[in-house]
Write a protein that binds this ligand. Sequence first.
Ligand code: GDP
Ligand code: MG
Length: 172
Amino acid sequence: MREFNAVVLGAGGVGKSALTVRFMRNEFLESYDPTIQEEYRETVVVDGEPTLLEVLDTAGAEQFTALNEIYISAGRGFVLVFSLTLEASLREVTNLRQQILRIKGENSRVPMVLVGTKLDLTNEREVSPAYVAELSGRWKIPVYETSAKRDWDVTEAFEDLVRQMRQYYPIE
Ligand code: GDP
Ligand code: MG
């Protein structure tokens, strides 16, 4: 079985833990300790093929750039998370993407997905679908608008990342 590790990055409170736990444990808890960083390991079946996936749900990332460097160096795939309800959270994913490209090589097509969270909070939405699509095109990264609460498109986002990692990394 192939094994991959992925790192979930983004500003505090955007829903990184909720997203990760929805995919890895299939549950939604209203509150996670925002300071807790957790690693999950699960066998996931994507396109009929089992893969051992290790997911690092980072916490308090913004203040610890040096720590981010270590996670990015060690990570093989990245979930860049922002909240559809907080336009300011796009700044963090912009910086993180640049940091990833700097560490992995500017021209690399390192596996990444861009995930907008909290799609269910319709009335609080601040980031337009058009802008999300524009970013995805400009960055050449697939984007998913998700809700961990309602379980909308969470699986699709992680499965896309697994497919990218299978393609990008040659079989050892
Ligand atoms: P993190 O700091 O990025 O790990 O964010 P959390 O996963 O701890 O989520 C922050 C808050 O947003 C929590 O109160 C979550 O319950 C809430 N949240 C996360 N995802 C969703 C979602 O899809 N819908 C709604 N309504 N709330 C969410
Ligand atoms: Mg968290």
